[in-house]
Write a protein that binds this ligand. Structure first.
Ligand SMILES: C[S@@+](CC[C@H](N)C(=O)[O-])C[C@H]1O[C@@H](n2cnc3c(N)ncnc32)[C@H](O)[C@@H]1O
Length: 255
């Protein structure tokens, strides 16, 4: 080990000891595609309980300062008919705290809800609390899920935290597992979210730029790619992301 490596390692273990003393645990994922630490499980749950809020509402109201943001996205998805057919199978990539999962389960009662989540403590909590099925999560693969088998495939606030390759590989997988007539829902930080004012806001108030967050992706790239995979854009809308916004895209897989 070089002197530089030893110094880095000492700083890292010092930071871990400090975090442990304050009661925080770092959730380290198995995947190295982008932001590899999700918010700490124990501390977030404790803070939500103390505030008398569900963990999702705590994240919206207290941590993000955007009360009602998750519910607004759900309302927009309902208006676009995403829950109209009563999805029987749902698959979510990167549900994290489950703030979208919880509200999705208020809109429909699927017989199977699969999650692919790299943060172990959060995945375990979602299995316990909501009876979902956690699939082994490596890179960008949905391999355990058969082709054409899922009514609603979704990912929220995931593809602006991972690398381009991670997102692109998931896109192919999402199109593969969606059943004909099913829906694919995800958000990306497109050019619709990146006018000069928004870029200035990110540059001046966007935090430390941890990992690959926030990673943009062109809207046309997504729409054109999904078209080649037999999926048509049915609607889109903006939702808050960090100090600016992200664009939620809703695709239908052609019958
Ligand atoms: C910014 S969080 C969003 C969490 C949740 N969807 C929400 O909006 O509150 C990104 C989530 O994606 C997860 N994640 C990161 N890389 C992933 C990967 N390759 N596959 C599946 N989940 C991943 C993280 O652990 C985290 O739960």
């Amino acid at each position: 080990m070089s002197a530089a490596d030893r110094a880095t390692s000492a700083v890292k273990s010092g930071a871990k000891r400090l975090l442990a003393r304050t009661g925080f645990d770092i959730v380290r994922t198995t995947h190295r595609g982008g932001v590899d630490d999700f918010i700490p499980f124990e501390a977030t749950m404790r803070a939500a309980r103390a505030a008398g809020l569900s963990v999702g509402d705590h994240i919206d109201q207290v941590m993000n300062g955007t009360p009602g943001a998750t519910q607004h996205t759900i309302d927009e998805l309902r208006a676009l008919g995403v829950y109209a057919g009563g999805p029987k199978t749902v698959l979510e990539i990167g549900p994290g705290s489950g703030r979208y999962l919880e509200k999705t389960l208020k809109e429909c009662t699927p017989a199977r809800y699969e999650i692919y989540e790299t943060a172990g403590p959060w995945a375990n909590y979602l299995v316990e609390a909501f009876g979902v099925v956690a699939r082994p999560t490596e890179g960008s693969s949905l391999a355990p899920t058969p082709d054409d088998s899922v009514d609603l495939v979704q990912a929220h606030k995931v593809f602006n935290t991972v690398t381009f390759l991670c997102a692109a590989r998931y896109f192919f997988e999402m199109a593969r597992v969606a059943r004909p007539g099913g829906r694919i829902v995800f958000d990306v930080m497109t050019e619709e979210c990146l006018d000069p004012d928004a870029v200035r806001t990110w540059a001046t108030k966007g935090g430390t730029g941890h990992g690959s967050y926030p990673a943009p992706l062109p809207r046309g790239t997504c729409v054109d790619l999904f078209a080649t995979l037999g999926c048509t854009l049915q609607g889109s809308f903006l939702a808050p992301l960090g100090v600016a916004s992200t664009e939620v895209l809703v695709f239908g897989k052609d019958v």
